[in-house]
Design a binder for this molecule. Structure first.
Ligand SMILES: O=C(O)CCC(=O)C(=O)O
Ligand SMILES: [Fe+2]
Length: 198
């Protein structure tokens, strides 16, 4: 497949740079990575502190990297494991189209509609200025919400499809927050991978 065949959609929103590739992976390829990652990943559930109270995080996670640099967010510090073969394959597929060198991948498993990821920006110090985040979605489709930090009328909702890639860069993490809300719909499991540079 030539580089031009992956058509991305630039979101028409100010103060950000977000491109959505709905069919980044072919359906069968996405299916098999979902199965593989679901079973080979040592999923963990950490506690998070919100306004001084401790809760189990409403999803399972795992961290991988090609270095030993930890990643901290919401009072959690995760130590990475070495990238697996399947994660290295996915990382190269993304790097073929976007010539970045991702060092780290955070995996999220949303077991059902009660699992979620609250409003946040991926703007931790270790990601540097203008973080580049490549977010690959596998499994059940879930809604992704965006809201501007200072202009409340600026918001956006979109579905993240099985096999899709969402590339966030530039000002995005400094000017916007995002979330995966809970849903009352019957939804299956979803795995999200965010490749990052630390
Ligand atoms: O699950 C998603 O699509 C988003 C995950 C996310 O925002 C994160 O891990 O920082
Ligand atoms: Fe995020």
């Amino acid at each position: 497949m030539s580089k031009n065949e992956k058509k991305g959609q630039h979101l028409a929103l100010p103060d950000c740079d977000i491109i959505y590739y709905p069919h980044f992976l072919e359906e069968q390829v996405a299916d098999s990575y979902f199965k593989l990652l679901r079973s080979e990943t040592p999923w963990q559930q950490d506690d998070i502190k919100v306004f001084g109270k401790v809760y189990p995080q409403p999803r399972l996670t795992a961290l991988y990297a090609n270095n030993s640099k930890p990643y901290s967010y919401s009072n959690i510090t995760m130590k990475p494991q070495r990238f697996t073969k399947s994660l290295l394959e996915l990382k190269s597929k993304i790097e073929y189209y976007h010539s970045y060198n991702f060092t780290t991948c955070l995996l999220n498993l949303y077991r059902d509609g009660k699992d979620s990821n609250g409003w946040h920006a991926d703007d931790e110090k270790e990601l540097g200025r203008h973080p580049i985040i490549a977010s690959l979605s596998l499994g059940a489709e879930r809604m992704f919400h965006l809201k501007h930090n200072i202009k409340p009328h600026l918001k956006h909702k979109m579905a993240l499809e099985h096999g899709s890639l969402l590339l966030m860069q530039g000002e995005t993490q400094h000017m916007w927050k995002h979330q995966i809300p809970k849903t009352a719909k019957q939804v299956g499991e979803r795995i999200n991978l965010t490749f990052r540079i630390i």
